[in-house]
Ligand binder design. Structure first.
Ligand code: PGA
Length: 249
């Protein structure tokens, strides 16, 4: 059985005062059978890990540099993230791939850095609308998976998030059949590469406009082990019903 996961990506939102969102999640999900992760901006990692210590909510970062240290102004290494007490880092989010030109090879190097520093890498991939309309979604996703996921990954160090770019922040989601098709393909590729035991155990999240009203259907879809949630993770009253739907799934 894969343990379900609800991960919230706050993107460039949040303040120290806003960390009170965490208190609502901690109170509502004390005995959760799911992994709950919040990924705030870097300055909030230490106050967030301090606030969540010993509770049901784990903390992750939204990106890391592949190198351990050095002259990389503005960047943060995986070791620095681990040093805050965070347990996860998102790599390869489409906003990084599009705005910063992160390639599959760079995403893979970041994921390697994350895993070697004891962090779980949440590797994101997904097609644009034009790629989907051209019928290229599955080959593109397959190539992204092959290029972005580290060779030494295990189910304990890797989570893969399928996030169609056209569904992020738009309120549009793919059909459940489309989600199932992509997740089945990702599962098959992971099994082919890592063997049945590891390939079946790696968790696959869906991300892109997950809300309280569509979460249960998405979570009932084969090979969907949870969600990576952007906008709806910013408030406990929006995120908590999604987590409840996952807990019931
Ligand atoms: P959204 O973002 O839930 O606001 O669509 C998802 C993501 O970018 O991870």
């Amino acid at each position: 059985m894969r343990r379900k996961m609800a991960a919230g990506n706050w993107k460039m939102n949040g303040t120290q005062v806003g960390l009170s969102v965490l208190d609502g999640l901690i109170a509502s999900h004390a005995e959760s059978p799911c992994d709950i992760v919040i990924c705030p901006p870097h300055p909030l990692l230490i106050p967030a890990t301090t606030r969540c210590a010993g509770g049901p909510v784990a903390i992750g970062a939204q990106d890391c540099h592949a190198e351990a240290k050095g002259a990389f102004t503005g960047d943060v290494s995986a070791g620095m993230i681990a040093d805050t007490g965070a347990g996860y880092v998102i790599v390869g989010h489409s906003e990084r791939r599009e705005a910063y030109g992160d390639t599959d090879a760079q995403v893979q190097a970041k994921a390697v850095a994350a895993q070697s520093n004891g962090l779980i890498a949440i590797v994101c991939l997904g097609e644009s609308l034009s790629q989907r309309e051209a019928g290229d979604a599955l080959p593109l996703i397959t190539a992204q998976l092959a290029g972005s996921v580290p060779e030494a990954s295990t189910a304990a160090t890797l989570v893969v998030a399928y996030e169609p770019i056209w569904a992020i922040g738009t309120g549009k989601i793919p059909t459940l059949a489309q989600i199932a098709e992509v997740h089945a393909k990702l599962r098959a590729e992971l099994v082919a590469r890592f063997g049945a035991e590891t390939g079946e155990a790696i968790r696959l999240l869906y991300g892109g406009s997950v809300k309280a009203d569509n979460a249960a259907d998405i979570f009932a879809t084969a090979n969907v082990d949870g969600a990576l949630v952007g906008g709806a993770s910013l408030k406990a009253e929006d995120f908590s019903p999604i987590i409840h739907a996952l807990e019931k799934s």
